[in-house]
Design a protein around this ligand. Structure first.
Ligand SMILES: [Fe+2]
Ligand SMILES: [Fe+2]
Length: 133
């Protein structure tokens, strides 16, 4: 298991916590397929990851916009950087079909990014938005 639920802190907005829980599960399944070097499964789950990450980021950005969060642009630019990295990774995957490249990205980059991003940006954003559910 790449990321445990407890690695990612709870924030003060239930919707955001649900998005994070779902993402952790999807990323862990993706990581399992990568470790198994199951090319077909990786192809399939990569699409699920793309959809889920976009849903996660867009939902937060919509919530920030609705509540006029003062640091929306800074928070969004962190999402945009990660969107770019995942897009580059997909391009690399489509060219080389090398599970090792995805493994390195997940273990050395994404895992730390999500933990820090939630602690730094999502927690502050959630405090501003409050609980919308
Ligand atoms: Fe988030
Ligand atoms: Fe975020």
């Amino acid at each position: 298991m790449l990321i445990e639920s407890k690695d990612v802190q709870q924030v003060s907005n239930a919707m955001m916590n649900i998005l994070h829980e779902e993402e952790i599960e999807i990323i862990n399944n993706f990581h399992d397929a990568v470790l198994a070097k199951d090319i077909k499964k990786i192809d399939e789950l990569f699409q699920v990851v793309l959809f889920d990450v976009e849903d996660h980021f867009t939902t937060e950005e919509d919530m920030m916009e609705e509540s006029n969060f003062y640091a929306m642009q800074m928070h969004k630019s962190e999402h945009d950087t990660m969107r770019g990295k995942i897009k580059d990774l997909l391009k690399e995957w489509n060219t080389n079909k090398d599970p090792q490249a995805i493994q390195t990205f997940l273990e050395e980059e994404f895992k730390h990014w999500i933990v820090l991003h939630v602690a730094r940006w999502d927690s502050e954003t959630a405090m501003h938005i409050g609980d919308t559910m």
